[in-house]
Design a protein around this ligand. Structure first.
Ligand SMILES: Cc1cc2nc3c(=O)[nH]c(=O)nc-3n(C[C@H](O)[C@H](O)[C@H](O)COP(=O)(O)O)c2cc1C
Length: 212
């Protein structure tokens, strides 16, 4: 092997996590950790891995969290992309926030639903014009014969929408992951990490400690 990774043994010593310090509401607990990730200046705390599967294949990619609240975790994408096709066939997904600088990760799994067109429109309107055009120009996840094809498509959209507001593409918008479980992981010494999982049982969140 070109690089020997077997001796890479980071120790996680920054902090611990106990049941008494956890908020009974996992969304509030997530909000606290999210704020701490921002304060710690980590790169893109809102970047999360999104795993989907159509039952045959599992696939994974990074997307950006744009909103979260009691209803769930929202990201935006192309509704004809690979991830969207998988979500259509199996509306279950997992999210992972790898906040490694804080020796933390948060894992979320849940049901995925499309947000309303109005919610997508409200967010689309806040995007810079070039990002709006980018959404129009890219048939995300389809094969491209060259970068030039993409740039030509971008120019064509720029021309098409040179006057007035750029409309929301009907193939673009948000999805909400409605969580049924949320796990908070804090690295500890000797691989004896702290893990707590919240599971929604009817309308109540039950918390359990998991072995690391
Ligand atoms: C930091 C980062 C943020 C990203 N954010 C998004 C996003 O919010 N929405 C999106 O559709 N793709 C985003 N992407 C691109 C996706 O990772 C992926 O390439 C794309 O969505 C196509 O995925 P799919 O073919 O599995 O559908 C991001 C990539 C990175 C590295």
């Amino acid at each position: 092997m070109a690089i020997d990774l077997t001796q890479n043994r980071p120790e996680f010593l920054q902090s611990g996590l106990s049941l008494d310090e956890l908020n009974v509401d996992p969304i509030k607990q997530f909000e606290l950790w999210f704020k701490q990730a921002i304060e710690a200046d980590i790169i893109e705390p809102s970047a999360m891995s999104l795993a989907t599967s159509d039952g045959l294949e599992v696939s994974l990619r990074t997307v950006l969290l744009k909103f979260f609240d009691d209803k769930g975790f929202v990201f935006f994408t192309n509704y004809a992309s690979k991830k969207s096709k998988q979500i259509e066939s199996n509306p279950q997904a997992a999210l992972l926030f790898p906040w490694l600088a804080l020796e933390r990760q948060v894992k979320i799994s849940g049901r995925v639903e499309k947000i309303s067109t109005l919610e997508s429109l409200n967010y689309f309107a806040t995007r810079p014009k070039d990002s709006q055009l980018g959404a129009w120009a890219s048939h995300q996840s389809s094969r491209l014969s060259s970068r030039q094809v993409l740039l030509t498509q971008f120019e064509a959209m720029k021309n098409k929408f040179k006057e007035g507001e750029i409309p929301l593409p009907d193939f673009w918008g948000g999805y909400r992951v409605v969580p049924h479980s949320i796990e908070f992981w804090q690295g500890r010494e000797n691989r004896l990490h702290d893990r707590f999982i919240y599971k929604r049982v009817e309308d109540v969140w039950e918390i359990s400690r998991l072995a690391p």
